[in-house]
Ligand binder design. Sequence first.
Ligand code: URA
Length: 204
Amino acid sequence: AETDNAPPPPANDLATLRKQAEACRLCPLHEPATQTVFGEGPADARLVFVGEQPGDKEDIAGQPFIGPAGQLFDSTLEEAGIDRSSVYVTNAVKHFKFQPRGKFRLHQKPNGDEVQTCRWWLGQELQLIDPELTVALGATAAQSLLGRSMAVTKERGQILESEGGRQVFITVHPSFLLRIPDERHKADERARFRDDMIAVRELM
Ligand code: URA
């Protein structure tokens, strides 16, 4: 795929940034994807959630966290007393990366270069929103926000500081919860995720 090698000049507001991101060709993922899935939520949100990358449903709708992981995310926020419409929700990587398999498109994990390249957009979003707390949902988000890889299952529940001095709360990705085969284990992990979200609310 054709790519550009430089990001656009920094935007002064989120609407402009979103427009710029729609035309992003900084990495090859723009080509097979339907569209850029930019962040969504109030420009003055105090709380930002960062996922990995849009999934199949998000790629088609153009909105983050609306598929199965998004539904689990929504219900957990609700249980924790966090109003999704008051928070900003985005992803470390803004295009869906997939492998065609028959009539399905199988999610593929973004590689380090893709995360690193797309980090520019996330950095701009955070600079414009300037939230009090950013929540990393899973390892890819944590890596993008903190610039280092980590075991989220070890560091979950902690607040780490990014290079730019941002407070980053670490937790798991809701997709991880969907993939747990054992029902009892799944229920335990969902409860832990809900407890992390309650901790986040109490920090605000
Ligand atoms: N998983 C993510 O990380 N982000 C989405 O938007 C959807 C699923």
